[in-house]
Design a protein around this ligand. Structure first.
Ligand code: ME8
Length: 559
């Protein structure tokens, strides 16, 4: 037959596209890192994966920021967009795409998207009055507004109750999207996909909001009010609402508009869209509604993570209480920063950022946990890792002690339980399991203390039987056997942990696996199984001399 083999849809994962009104901070870095770990995990599992990130460059907020800086909007966007490009590169984001909403292909996609919504009757023109927040780029209903007092100027102003951001009354003719028509369809969709939004608490919020009813959504603004944006097709007096423009970015790079049957090739529907909890409404209500309106598939899952705070207040560009992510990476290193963000960052709960916490995590987990284990196994001359691995090949674990059996059991299950956390979109919990394995292995090593066993011999003539059933008496040093078993069960822990840590700390994990002499072709998810590889043990790099040298050296002292 001439049937074409079906092309497997690549795994497709996205970050939000970031506003270019100010430079990136640790919050943006966190989203990138989380997304990158989830993507690299899929690659580790052998799946082709695509990651898309980028910048959101239109709208009132950017128009005002450019005006304030005294630079034409496009030049202003070029400058700040570049800082996000550089951040992505610096942190090792493995993105195949970086989209800018000022890209021509994106503008075409948005106009086509709009045209299709209009053609299908979901967009109509009417007068709109309401409270608009430039900072949040959204209208709020009267019930969501309150009067606030600015403690510095003593002036009162109207603000959103949810975000505290100033709102202004605006009254204008514009286009509306029939969001109200999607209440039942959305509720049906959520019911059929109960894990559409992760975590579950956010899914509940979304269902509640939609159940309470939806108002139609204003999706354009008069050009006099907003020039910096994409024009409405066939009506140049109106500019498309920045959120409609922005959301379409996710399909632009997946090749929209698609030829029939082609959407899977570019990755759509997305497997996971990672966002911060501040933009749940846009991604979990508006976005699927727009897509359903055009008969397109919504993303499979939205992961809405919690926020980083500084002094327990949300880190935010407009508030200015931000941590520059480049300084932190200069000081601690990229992989350490990735580790810290994954380790401490929350999905359900906010985390407070602190440089002293990075130092603590570094000392406990990386130096004291991993670095310590590796140097205790690879440095002593009284045993040989390679020989221990070789000996394990034929070891039936006959008369192995309880601690060794438990260690073997733990290692046999590790990759599976880590994978389960990843499938739940919880890289932090997965990392905790990996680190627990490290701490457990250090205890196992301490308990068996092979350096003490090496001081004495324990000669035995264990009775075994050969193939013909004859008794065989062989004089062996049981202590030697115990040492090799212990070293092997620790080496396996390092090897497996090293493989599983690759998505978190690509450079450090590679260095670790090099130190253990693990072949580059043997670093896949399948290899992260206890006993899957007996070929390693000859280091590709000389382990450092000091206890932590090389892999996790002492941090520079803060001056
Ligand atoms: O909202 N903690 O862009 P944005 C954790 N352009 N993550 C944080 C954070 C914090 N304190 N602050 C920001 C926009 N983030 C729109 C998105 S998508 C079609 C359009 C992260 O520059 C988090 O992912 O304000 C949040 O959702 C995103 O940055 C908001 O970035």
């Amino acid at each position: 037959s001439t049937a074409q083999p079906a092309i497997e849809k690549p795994y497709y994962i996205t970050t939000p596209i970031f506003y270019v009104n100010a430079a990136p901070h640790v919050g943006h870095l966190y989203t990138m890192v989380l997304t990158d770990i989830l993507k690299r995990w899929q690659v580790l599992r052998g799946r082709r994966a695509i990651l898309c990130t980028g910048t959101d460059e239109h709208g009132m907020k950017i128009q005002q920021a450019a005006a304030k800086a005294g630079i034409p909007p496009k030049e202003f966007c070029d400058l700040t967009s570049e800082t996000f490009v550089q951040l992505a590169e610096r942190v090792g984001l493995s993105n195949e795409h970086f989209i800018r909403t000022t890209d021509e292909a994106h503008k075409d996609a948005v106009q086509y998207f709009w045209f299709m919504l209009k053609t299908r009757g979901y967009i109509y023109q009417s007068k709109h009055e309401g409270w608009y927040s430039v900072s949040d780029e959204t209208y709020y209903p009267e019930s969501a507004i309150e009067k606030r007092l600015d403690p510095y100027t003593g002036k009162t102003f109207m603000a959103s109750q949810e975000t505290g951001k100033e709102v202004e009354w605006s009254s204008e003719f514009n286009y509306h999207f029939r969001l109200s028509a999607f209440k039942d369809k959305l509720l049906e969709f959520y019911k059929a996909n109960p894990e559409f939004v992760v975590p579950a608490t956010k899914m509940k919020d979304v269902v509640k909001w939609v159940s309470e009813g939806l108002e139609d959504l204003s999706v354009s603004r008069p050009v006099e009010r907003l020039t910096w944006g994409i024009r409405v097709p066939d009506d140049s007096s109106q500019t498309i609402y920045v959120w409609l423009d922005a959301l379409v970015n996710y399909i632009t790079k997946a090749g929209y508009p698609w030829a029939p049957g082609q959407q899977n090739a570019g990755g759509w529907p997305a497997d996971v869209q990672v966002i911060g909890k501040d933009i749940v409404r846009f991604h979990c209500i508006y976005w699927p509604a727009f897509l359903l309106a055009l008969g397109l598939e919504p993303p499979k899952q939205i992961l809405a993570h919690a926020h980083w705070t500084l002094g327990n207040q949300k880190m935010s560009k407009s508030t200015g209480n931000v941590v520059n992510p480049t300084f932190a990476m200069d000081r601690f290193g990229v992989d350490v920063m990735r580790y810290y963000l994954a380790h401490d960052g929350g999905i359900a709960n906010d985390s407070d950022y602190g440089n002293h916490l990075i130092v603590e995590r570094y000392k406990k987990g990386l130096q004291g946990g991993i670095g310590n284990l590796v140097s205790r196994i690879t440095r002593p001359k009284i045993w040989d890792v390679r020989k221990s691995v070789e000996a394990a090949r034929d070891d039936t674990l006959r008369r192995a002690g309880k601690s060794t059996r438990e260690q073997a059991q733990m290692l046999s299950e590790l990759s599976r339980v880590v994978n389960m956390k990843m499938e739940k979109l919880d890289p932090g919990a997965a990392l905790q399991l990996i680190m627990d394995a490290v701490y457990e292995t250090n205890r196992y090593l301490q308990f068996n203390s092979p350096w003490l066993l090496a001081k004495t011999k324990d000669m035995h003539t264990p009775r075994t039987e050969d193939e013909s059933g004859d008794r065989v008496y062989d004089l062996v040093d049981l202590n030697q056997l115990r040492i090799e078993r212990t070293i092997y069960h620790c080496a396996e822990a390092i090897r497996i942990v090293g493989i599983l840590l690759q998505p978190y700390m690509p450079t450090k994990a590679a260095q670790l696996l090099d130190m253990m002499g693990v072949d580059e072709a043997r670093r896949t998810f399948e290899d992260a199984q206890f006993g899957a590889d007996f070929t390693y043990g000859e280091p590709k790099v000389t382990p450092g001399k000091g206890p932590f040298e090389g892999l996790f050296p002492p941090l520079p002292v803060e001056t």
